[in-house]
Design a protein around this ligand. Structure first.
Ligand code: HEC
Length: 229
């Protein structure tokens, strides 16, 4: 037993000794690669040049006219077109969770100036570090402001207020504006119009449609009252 032990210990000592006796030369050769196909990707890496495209770029732009999954159709509001701003609107409707998200985004991106109470008294302004008074969104001047005009301010900025187009995608911009409109509606503003139909209502409508279809058999026509969204 002792013999085996001493053989093992000697073996280890020799190994450690050999390893630590490395001459210290820098190794310039990479050794053998077991699976070169996996070690060196055959695909073109992003940002590398690419002989397959005329412009030589590997990273491609989205195909013209396509919309990324989960994103909205692009809006065509042009900067400075105040007439268009005033009538511009969205077909998006928001449920309670969206509204909570709109509030969260507002507090992150807008609250610093406009205040989490929407009264223009955000910490950046009250600290005196920002010279221009941010819009008091509860003030009569803004209570009835068209949503499209607000959208334009978020997209392009307004005087001292910068654009938030790169921080908020189209849906997020409208979520924030819907949140502002909701708060305004509770503070003397116009009635709130961005509410999604409450969950369950769609099914109720579908059941009613089916019932109506069954009540009017074999005409091959849609029941007149059927609504399609
Ligand atoms: C850095 C401070 C700052 C931030 C952040 C900011 N704003 Fe403003 N905002 C202002 C100022 C200042 C004005 C007043 C501009 C003017 O009328 O000269 C303004 C004006 C507005 C107006 C009125 C636009 C108009 O046509 O008169 C709206 C609506 C608005 N902001 C919404 C937002 C929203 C929504 C966000 C967040 C996405 C936001 N703001 C973020 C400073 C800010």
């Amino acid at each position: 037993m002792n013999k085996i032990k001493s053989i093992v210990i000697t073996g280890l000592a020799v190994t450690v000794g050999l390893v630590s006796c490395d001459s210290g030369d820098m190794r310039r050769t990479p050794g053998h690669v077991y699976v070169p196909d996996m070690t060196y990707s055959r695909a073109y890496d992003a940002y590398t040049s690419n002989p397959n495209f005329e412009d030589g770029l590997t990273s491609r732009r989205p195909v013209a006219g396509t919309i990324a999954r989960g994103h909205e159709l692009p809006d065509h509001l042009a900067e400075g077109d105040t007439n268009a701003y005033k009538t511009f609107n969205t077909a998006l409707r928001f449920n309670d969770a969206d509204m909570a998200e709109g509030k969260r985004l507002f507090n992150i991106y807008c609250g610093i100036c406009h205040g989490t109470n929407l009264d223009g008294q955000g910490p950046l302004f009250t600290s005196g570090k920002f010279a221009s008074m941010p819009a008091n969104l509860k003030d009569a001047k803004y209570l009835h402001m068209p949503a499209g005009q607000m959208y334009a301010a978020v997209k392009y900025g307004k005087n001292m207020m910068g654009s938030y187009a790169s921080q908020l995608d189209i849906k997020q911009r409208w979520m924030v504006i819907a949140y502002i409109k909701k708060v305004q509606s509770e503070n003397g503003g116009d009635a709130y119009t961005y509410a999604a139909a409450p969950a369950g209502q769609a099914e109720v409508a579908a059941v009613a449609t089916t019932a109506a279809a069954e009540a009017a058999p074999a005409t091959g026509q849609e029941p007149a009252a059927a609504t399609h969204e």
